[in-house]
Design a protein around this ligand. Sequence first.
Ligand code: COA
Length: 658
Amino acid sequence: MTTVTLEFADNLAIIDINNPPINATSHAVRSGVMDALASIRQNPAVTAIILCCTGTTFIAGADISEFNQPARAPLLPDVIIALEDMPVPVIAALHGTVLGGGLEVALGCHYRIAHPATRLGFPEVNLGLIPGAGGTVRTPRLIGVENAISLISNGKPITASIALDWGLIDHITKSDTNLQQAAIEYARKVATQPCPTPLAKRNIPDTKQPDWDSLIAKTAQKARGATAPIIAVETIRDQFALSADQALANERQQFVTLREGEQSQALRHIFMAERNVAKLPTTQGVTPTPIKTIGIVGGGLMGAGIATACLLAGYQTIMIERDEAALAKGRENVASHLQGSLKRGIISQERNDQLLSQLHGNTDYAALAPAELVIEAVFEDLEVKKSVFDAVARVVDSTAIIASNTSYLDINALAHSISNPERVIGLHFFSPAHIMKLLEVVCTDGANPQTLATALAFARKLGKIAVPTGVCDGFIGNRIMSAYRKQCEYMIEDGAYPEQIDAAMTDFGFPMGLFAMQDMAGLEISWKTRQRQAATRDPNERYVALGDYLCEQGRFGRKTGLGWFRYDTAKSAPQPDPDVKRLIEQESARKGIKRRDFSPSEIIQTILATMQQEGDKILNEGVAHTADAIDVVMINGYGFPRWRGGPMFMKTKSPVSS
Ligand code: COA
């Protein structure tokens, strides 16, 4: 396939890039554009050049797979300078996602026009990088320093209309206009005007500079250990003392250093892992069953969150509850989730109303008949869930998929409780289900490839990162969490305090420590679970009863103002509590444990080693298909710092640096 084509038509030159899936600036694209520019220079009749892309998007960035190989000329910065130096105007025709190197190419053009649905941005910081082909130099010269900092340091793309407001693009086409045709008309218009001064030859705007120190401090706080956002701000700052050429060289230097660094390697690893984790040999070539209608049994916190996710993805959704009052509550829960999406600007009032009209509530299971997929989200009890499965199986088509949202029960037992167990799957959502990206797709022993392929396609339609797992207690995520929670509790009895463990975790990059997280979730649910499990617990296994003692004193966590920590107001930060300290020390003494000190590094090493050991077991048992799947789960569901790449990735690298 030709990657870059050049066409001459009526004194215009049209360069078209065709490099699916995202028209990345791979070596073939860079050299193809360079060759095209050389040919155009030989043709004095050309009055303007259009640069566009075939497929769903303009260039959406560099080819990440090339980052691990030695760089091959022509490099992107040189291609952009060549575009900028053309004697006639170059018009970039933008659509899809104009990201990273794609936006840098567009900034090397003299004009930019875009389809209204285009999104533009610099996602490099999400990959541990900064723009490396002039983005930090050309952007502030075009849209000012403040908007450039926002675009480059937070990694989030903006819409075409904001881009037009900021001056990042020059024109938005009508949505039904052919983009290339619009670019041709625009080119004819600007061909008669003098070529604008290339951005890299302009001065940086002479406006008041931000308070860099406080900006960098704020960026660092938000980045929680990731370095790229800070370096992005510093690189923009540093060019105030440099010429444009020096600034370009400085940016490149920073980019190359970051590209070789551990954080970028980790972030690139997780980026690709998230995209590959659901590619299973068993589902290759299997066409997922089309789904229009989803049934959800249970309108509580989880059920309503799942229903909201389904509505937002465009499904007709039927919610079943045991009585009218519970149904009304379920509907209220969904409405309040949708209100949240409305407030965040994700949906309009009109869409909100339309989505609510697609939610059909009922107290009779018979209403589930049209559903091609039913998800139960009822109380975590095997017998309760079995009776729900039985009721569902009686009313839906024999090929309809029946899924459980259980977080730890034996789904194989559930599957075998009904006919056609090959259509049973686990869909373990994380709360709030309409927001959290992670979805563990639990493959039962008997599930067939059709069921699995359909569940994975459904997850993708919901916008989730689906991680296939096998059946075991806790699947991938909860199983690893309960293993390291146990170790943390041992450390508490042996000499550490909750605040020390939490501080070690947040210093490592977790948004919250284990004990503050338990306080937030509420301590009473796991207390009840432990009470249920008491009779079957291995008497020889070390058992830490501190969580039970807290609950016995009514300390259920943040909502009661007391848990592992104390909370003076509903919003105040967790405070170490002398009563808890005393309780812990008494318990150590009662067990005859001589308490000792734990350093932050020992705490983190212990947590990491436990995650990795449990991860190895999960891999050996075939519960996770790859080590990458474990990293994807821990990062997207359990707050593991993304820039560290996940516990299994860290295992392949040097020992932990805390
Ligand atoms: N380099 C190489 N491959 C890439 C890539 C990149 N920069 N970006 C995406 N891909 C691949 C994905 O691996 C996937 O491959 P597959 O079809 O074999 O699974 C395919 O392109 C589609 O990507 P995906 O993310 O699944 O599609 P999407 O439509 O949800 O999102 C993008 C498209 C471009 C918005 C998204 O992929 C993205 O954000 N890419 C990174 C952009 C970026 O960071 N650019 C700067 C690099 S310095």
